[in-house]
Design a binder for this molecule. Sequence first.
Ligand code: OFO
Length: 139
Amino acid sequence: MISKKIEKAINEQIKKEEYSSRLYLAMASWCHANGYPGAASFLYTHADEERMHQLKFVHFLNDRGGHAVLQNIEEPPAEYKTLQAIFKEILKHEQYITASINELYHLCVTEKDYTVANFLQWFITEQVEEESLVNGILD
Ligand code: OFO
């Protein structure tokens, strides 16, 4: 069983993963429409990966006796200045997601929910890879 506090925090994370997917889809669409097919293809795939992250949380929360609830999601920007600006924005967003996962992990340890903490290990490793990938592209 999962505490209400952790359930609420996971639902917040579900919202953030859904936003990530929509943000990268909006960026993919801009790249596609503005003559950057390679970046568009990369970002379409990345948007799918974020949706997979969202689903991982949804399944886990429901499996643990909680209830994954979808929330309102703000509209991602439709216009971008340059391709480099897009990837700078992605890096900033991924750093924000890393901080959010770390906060969630901290909450689980504080609440002594080691099952959720263990589940979050996958995301902690994933964030190292994602930040490194985007940093590499920017370089
Ligand atoms: Fe990009 O890792 Fe999920 O949000």
